[in-house]
Design a protein around this ligand. Structure first.
Ligand code: CA
Length: 505
């Protein structure tokens, strides 16, 4: 099986992935791969992962079948995580140079992978020259246009400007002063930043902390999201913009009114979200119902948008820990979200079952390329206080047909044969088993049926009368179809297409 997967991937690589060249039976997976850059791959021996290191690992990334990589912030910043920026038009020297980025973008382009930059626009670093100029002017009682770039108040406020009676807003702390996004000069600067990176070949952005743009004013946040999205699309209609709204369903749906491509599906993520809960409890049918309901609500709020499901990200305890390191349950979780309509996002190392919880640094531990050979591994982020508990690295899993890594590859390879999953209307299907997540995705008059067994213990057989005679479009983890009934081992998944002109149409 692994040989088949490799052959398939080799063919994909040889063919390239631009729209004109992809054979009809293959399409972009639409899957995004989130990379915490300093923990992925070091290229120059200082132990800090960097952009050239990502380029070095591009064959691995391409072997996953993803369409995009999301790089956590690469701009100059005093912090290790770099979500507080001091220059939006440069690359932090610890991660490389702008030339390294353009080299990565070019190498990705050859493999049909787009690069997304993570853009924190709610706030800058306290050390950003704009903020420094504003504070200097306030201290000296002089004028500066940069005072109006932030949110200063006199007499009282959130964080004091030392040596003055001025205060500034900083929702994420005094080291991250909030920008005044109403200021036309700030908006013009932001538009220029977007154009600058798009001019270097960047294919889109992940927007940080979008619910904080205007504290407590969702409508204004949506207006600003529309401003960013429209600017990005003006330069490149095919660019992709996804926002981080770590919020409840109603808030996220309100933000979809901006027309943004995607907002991460936070309600279904993390240890309390439906995906991991269903993987843990074997409640597949409930997952299909919940996700289909969400898909419909997103579609109603913004017809051209796509849901962006994920298990966990760099701010959450890793899914392997939530699933108690149970390989079968990790495979179930992957099966449940990687074949959903929309644009799923994989957090680096999740495909291996990497661990990490507690303080943020632990959630961002070095990519485990090899458990035997530490020489290819980055240093952990400063202040990480957990070691990696996973004992099987990418090298060992690559060679193991039954590994989590090869399950991810098989699912995403299957996804590449099912274009209906890009923008399909999702309808739950009752397969007669609480364990089985079953749904139909329909797009442009074409339909595909997905069935996933979320039980970690039982093989489940289900009959699907309305799909009798349908053709098996693909499967993973040993699922099979006899034309009438599906046999689904734990984590098994099956994709069916209506027989041409026959049943199920
Ligand atoms: Ca380095």
């Amino acid at each position: 099986m692994r040989r088949l997967v490799c052959l398939f991937l080799a063919v994909v690589t040889l063919c390239g992935c631009s729209a004109a060249e992809v054979p009809a039976e293959q399409c972009a997976s639409g899957v995004t791969y989130e990379i915490f850059v300093r923990s992925f791959q070091d290229s120059d021996g200082d132990g800090v992962g960097d952009l050239a290191g990502v380029t070095d690992r591009l064959d691995y990334i391409a072997s996953l079948g993803v369409s995009r990589i999301w790089l956590t912030p690469i701009f100059p910043s005093p912090s290790y995580h770099k979500y507080d920026v001091t220059d939006y038009r440069a690359v932090d020297s610890s991660l490389g140079t702008t030339d390294d980025l353009t080299a990565l973008v070019a190498a990705c382009g050859e493999k049909g992978i787009g690069v997304l930059l993570d853009l924190p626009l709610n706030h800058t670093s306290r050390e950003h020259p704009w903020f420094q100029a504003a504070c200097k002017a306030l201290r000296e009682g002089t004028d500066s246009p940069y005072i109006a770039w932030y949110v200063f108040t006199q007499g009282s406020g959130q964080h004091p400007v030392e040596g003055t009676d001025w205060f500034y807003e900083g929702q994420f702390g005094d080291h991250m002063p909030d920008l005044n996004l109403d200021n036309p000069e700030v908006r013009s600067e932001i538009a220029g930043i977007l154009t600058y990176w798009q001019g270097l070949g960047v294919k889109g952005f992940r927007l940080d902390a979008v619910t904080s743009y205007y504290t407590g004013a969702a409508g204004k946040c949506a207006d600003f999201l529309r401003f960013v999205t429209e600017n990005v699309k003006r330069t490149d209609p095919n660019a992709y913009v996804v926002g981080e709204a770590w919020a409840d369903e109603a808030t996220i749906l309100n933000l979809y009114a901006s027309g943004i491509d995607s907002l991460f599906n936070f309600p279904a993520a993390d240890q309390e979200g439906r995906l991991l809960k269903s993987a843990l409890k074997g409640s597949g049918a409930l997952a299909a119902q919940t996700l289909a309901d969400w898909n419909a609500r997103v579609r109603a709020a913004s017809p051209a948008s796509q849901d962006a499901p994920f298990l966990t990200n760099h701010d959450m305890g890793r899914s392997a820990g939530v699933l108690r390191g149970d390989l079968t349950r990790e495979k179930i979780a992957a099966s449940l979200y990687l074949l959903l309509p929309g644009a799923p996002t994989v957090y680096y190392g999740e495909e291996l079952g990497m661990t990490g919880s507690g303080r943020d640094e632990n959630k961002r531990l070095p990519m485990l390329w090899s458990a035997e050979d530490a020489s290819c591994q980055c240093l952990p982020p400063p202040d990480a206080d957990q070691a990696q508990r996973l004992t099987s690295g990418a090298d060992a899993q690559d060679a193991d047909e039954g590994s989590l890594l090869n399950h991810y590859r098989a699912l995403i390879a299957l996804r590449r044969t099912l274009p209906e999953l890009a923008d399909g209307v999702m309808t739950p299907v009752d397969a007669g088993s609480d364990a089985v997540a079953c749904w139909q995705a329909e797009s442009a008059g074409k339909r595909v049926l997905i069935a996933v067994n979320a039980s970690a213990e039982e093989t489940v057989s289900v009959t699907l009368p309305e799909w009798a005679g349908a053709e098996q479009a693909g499967s993973a983890a040993g699922a099979s179809w006899d034309g009438r009934a599906a046999t689904l081992p734990p984590a098994g998944c099956l994709a069916l297409r209506p027989a041409s002109g026959g049943a199920g149409t």
